[in-house]
Design a protein around this ligand. Structure first.
Ligand code: BGC
Length: 930
């Protein structure tokens, strides 16, 4: 095969129309064989599409990197560029390939179009009390509280059909734009969710083919969305504003070289259409009788919109920035698996898979018939529909009113989505046919970048369930769950970040979110909020307990600013993840340091501490309440099972462990900040952070690590974190490991780790001589365990390990929280055996677990250099290992002690087949031997 360059990207995206950075990172993959296809040099040329001749020519640059930032090139806002890369290989061949990118606008010269409307009513609680968490709230029907989405319409003329046209559009609220009656794209719920008070993203569409010479009509439907609708844990509305607006800039380049720009002006008119109300949480009601045919077409019925009123034109005051990344789209469709008639007599559609999305239905029936769809993730122990989502305004119910079309009608909600597998259907005319219902999965349209299949079907399902939970929660922002809160909990994301990057192309998605994290952090004096975007109703210091227990800066949540960029840098090898976030990391560790000095744990505040102890305590970030090792299983065991108990039980882990998780994550963040600084060549910053980390470690050990290896409340999670973050003196390490192993055995070989420690549990056991115990925990199938969920029907990852009890009783918790799916990163690294050693997988460890529970395993990870594949099969004392490596990746075969391979230990690009043999007997099981 000749040398080829493939997968050209700008800022991790294929041919993006509008980037935010003016100097994008351009990347490519080299494929091919021949004598030596190793890249030795590259050359980049960039041409402005509107100009002649290159605006950038890098000349030949020596090196093998698969990406570069074109030095000295700065793209002009609103311009589009063609770029070409040439690569010269070691054997002297040259390959070229081309792609394009555009730079978005930074100055916005169009006003908001503000339709006539009633202000969105403020409802939902301001405080998170146990009662609010358990549900209830305003019983007023949605129809009396919510307003119809606005429809905006602008007619304009073009003297000729454009050769090229772009629509840049955004809104306060969510928007759905059409041109001449056709959607401008397949995006949904644009522009997504972000801290709208600081900046709002503009979507850019290629609309060349939708415009014609003569009259054209731009239509925009505007809904409450995250801006004005009910959101987050409180379920409160109007948090960013109570008035909906849209702004746009349509640029049509005509054959004669002139450009027509259409912005909102006095000609924009608005009215209501068939949607009675629409809310992300509550749901949507569509009355097909009120449809206005052609409202957004030039040939439509002008009389039908004659009563529409002009929009006010309002200056845009918030910065508008280009949206960069994959938009939210319909990414999958699922058929009905079965239609149930439950013991209570309900008709329930079962789609067989817990998802985030909505139902598209076809129906034929009498005009005015009302169909209602209620969504839930579970059925109860008896097989009855069970709404598992508690809280205020979390209805998840849609209604459709039939127009009575004799040919039948089809409907899918526009501005809502639900977390569900089951749908209770009422009012449906006739006998529902499964073929008439489709579950439409919506998510940011990220590509899947890894696969895993093995001899253990349950493990395969666990990986699939994790992918489904990622898909459901990488929706607008990385969320905890797609039903109850749909909030950008920073902790959940940091826990899952390495797995997220392995499973899907998250570079642009998380880059965008991290920019929002930094913006919110700046607005909070260096504190990274527990949720980003931070919903204003939870963000009022005058109103305590708006969030959970008045926690504002939380260990393991705020540390997302060090942990997530580091995980992304490791996966993608893109130093900008560190460069962009280094100052934010510094601000976060500075907050931890200052807060540590300022606040002592309450039980020590009045104590008479020796000067040494006081000095140590002032180094430790241990004085504030945080979420601790959230949801650690043993802390949730309680009497009774009412929802209020649930709420109080959740607070036990924080009470027991917050004093420890604080300094442990302080150490983690200092280490990662130091590592990031070092990777960027900022050696002074790195040295300073390392020195500080050493002091905090010493103080932690002196204050909390006992001679017998116990730490603080003596829970698995704290031991795991202390070992993982190297907060235990070498001398005591074996004792802490022994203590952890005893705790695991005492729990009947079950994990008892909460949110923040679970990502490290199996590695800590593995790296400290207890690989077998790690494998036992992985395959444990009574609760709490990963496979218990799989065995009890999970199709996603649950928030609680025993959300479905042995007897079938179902807890009313989220069935779609990706956090505990973080084990997939470990499974890919330690079972399949693909692990990055150097950032971007330039050096990759190939370490199949030949002593483990799997007989065979096949997996791949798509890296920035191309696909790494492993496929191994073990029989008795020998194994066949097939590996495929892309150009630019060095594989290092690393087999467990006692195994030898018949090939080299260092593998280069290409396909390799190796035979491994066990030459010494399987070592004794250290964990059971102890
Ligand atoms: C969310 C979590 C989140 C937590 C804070 C919960 O209600 O669902 O996933 O991180 O609160 O501890």
């Amino acid at each position: 095969m000749p040398v080829q360059l493939t997968d050209l990207r700008a800022d991790h995206l294929v041919a993006p129309l509008a980037l935010r950075r003016t100097t994008p990172r351009l990347s490519w993959r080299v494929e091919g064989d021949g004598v030596d296809p190793t890249p030795r040099a590259h050359r980049l040329t960039i041409r402005d599409r509107a100009g002649i001749g290159p605006v950038h020519d890098s000349g030949w640059i020596e090196g093998s990197s698969p990406a570069a930032e074109p030095a000295g090139f700065r793209g002009e806002p609103g311009h589009e560029y063609d770029w070409e890369v040439a690569v010269r290989t070691a054997d002297g061949r040259v390959a070229t390939a081309a792609s394009r990118f555009g730079i978005g606008l930074t100055d916005w010269d169009a006003p908001w179009a503000e339709p006539e409307q009633e202000r969105v009513r403020e409802d939902g609680p301001l405080l998170l009390t146990p009662e609010a968490f358990a549900g209830g709230g305003d019983a007023t029907p949605p129809g009396e509280r919510l307003h119809p989405p606005r429809h905006l319409r602008q007619r304009f003329d073009l003297p000729a059909s454009p050769v090229s046209a772009r629509l840049r559009i955004t809104s306060q609220g969510v928007h759905h734009p059409t041109l001449n009656g056709r959607p401008v794209s397949d995006e949904v719920l644009a522009p997504g969710y972000e801290s709208y008070q600081h900046e709002i993203s503009v979507m850019t569409h290629d609309v060349t083919d939708l415009l014609t010479a003569g009259t054209n009509v731009l239509g925009v439907v505007l809904g409450d969305g995250w801006f004005a609708g009910r959101i987050s844990i409180l379920g409160r509305s109007a948090q960013y504003g109570d008035v909906l607006r849209a702004t746009w800039r349509l640029e049509a380049d005509l054959p004669d070289g002139s450009r027509v720009v259409v912005r909102p002006d006095e000609s924009v008119r608005s009215g209501r259409g068939p949607i009675d109300w629409s809310d992300i949480f509550i749901g949507e009601r569509h009355d097909a009788r009120a449809a206005i045919d052609g409202w957004d077409r030039p040939d439509g019925d002008e009389d039908a919109v004659a009563s529409w009123t002009p929009c006010a034109l309002v200056p845009v005051e918030v910065p508008l920035v280009p949206f960069v990344g994959e938009p939210i789209r319909r990414v999958r469709e699922l058929p009905v698996q079965q239609i149930l008639t439950t013991p209570s007599g309900d008709t329930v559609l079962d789609f067989g898979q817990v998802i985030a999305g909505r139902v598209r239905l076809r129906v034929r029936g009498e005009r005015g018939t009302v169909i209602r769809l209620e969504h839930a993730e579970v059925v109860d122990a008896h097989g009855d529909f069970l709404d598992n989502i508690l809280g205020v305004n979390k209805d998840q119910a849609d209604e459709y009113v039939l127009s009575g079309d004799a040919d039948g009608e089809e409907w899918e909600p526009l501005f809502t989505f639900h977390g569900f597998r089951y749908v209770r259907l009422t009012g449906y005319p006739g006998v529902p046919d499964p073929a008439d219902f489709t579950a439409v999965v919506i998510a940011n349209d990220l590509e899947q970048t890894a696969s895993f299949s093995s001899s253990n079907r349950r493990l395969d399902r666990l990986v699939e369930n994790t992918i489904w939970s990622q898909r459901a929660n990488f929706l607008a922002v990385p969320t905890d769950c797609p039903q109850r809160e749909r909030a950008g909990w920073t902790g959940d994301l940091q826990i899952f970040a390495p797995t997220a990057a392995t499973l899907m192309g998250v570079a642009a998605f998380l880059d965008r979110w991290l920019a929002n994290v930094r913006t919110d952090q700046r607005a909070h004096d260096g504190v990274v909020p527990i949720i980003v975007p931070m919903p204003p109703a939870m963000d009022d210091p005058e109103r305590p307990n708006a969030g959970l227990m008045d926690i504002r800066a939380a260990a393991g949540w705020g540390d997302a600013i060090t942990i997530a960029p580091w995980a992304l840098y490791r996966h993608y090898g893109d130093p900008r993840f560190l460069r962009d976030n280094l100052d934010a990391m510094a601000a976060w560790v500075a907050h931890q340091t200052a807060d540590a000095a300022a606040v002592l744990p309450a039980h020590l505040a009045e104590a008479d501490l020796s000067p040494e102890r006081l000095a140590r305590q002032r180094l430790l970030w241990n004085g504030r309440m945080n979420f601790g090792d959230w949801l650690a299983p043993s802390t949730l065991v309680r009497e009774g099972s009412s929802e209020l108990d649930e709420f109080n039980a959740m607070m036990v882990a924080p009470a027991l462990t917050a004093e420890l998780t604080g300094p442990l994550f302080q150490i983690r963040s200092l280490d990662l900040y130091a590592a990031a600084a070092e990777a960027l060549g900022e050696n002074d910053r790195a040295a300073e952070a390392r020195a500080h980390a050493a002091e905090v470690r010493a103080a932690f050990a002196a204050e909390y690590v006992e001679e017998d290896g116990r730490i603080g409340p003596d829970l698995q999670g704290i031991a795991v974190l202390a070992l993982a973050f190297d907060a235990v003196p070498d001398r005591l390490r074996p004792r802490v490991v022994d203590r952890l192993v005893s705790l695991v055995h005492a729990a009947g070989d079950h994990l008892d780790t909460g949110f923040v420690s679970v990502p490290f549990l199996l590695d800590v056991l593995w790296d400290n001589g207890h690989a077998d115990l790690a494998r036992t925990l992985l395959l444990q199938d009574s609760a709490p365990s990963w496979l218990y969920e799989v065995d009890h029907g999970a199709t996603t990852i649950w928030e609680s390990w025993h959300a479905v009890h042995e007897d079938g009783t179902v807890d009313r918790v989220s069935m779609n929280h990706y956090a505990f799916g973080c084990v997939v990163d470990w499974i890919v690294r330690r079972q399949a055996g693909i692990a990055a050693v150097e950032p971007g997988y330039a050096v990759t460890a190939l370490q199949p677990d030949l002593d483990g529970p799997l007989d065979h395993c096949r997996a791949h990870v798509d890296t920035v250099r191309g696909r790494i594949e492993i496929d191994w099969r073990r029989e008795e004392d020998s194994a066949e290992i097939a590996v495929r490596l892309p150009i630019g990746v060095e594989g290092r075969l690393s087999l467990a002690d006692g195994w030898t391979a018949d090939g080299p230990a260092v593998l280069s690009a290409g396909h390799h087949r190796l035979r491994a043999t066990r030459t010494s007997p399987l070592p004794a099981d250290e964990s059971t031997a102890s």
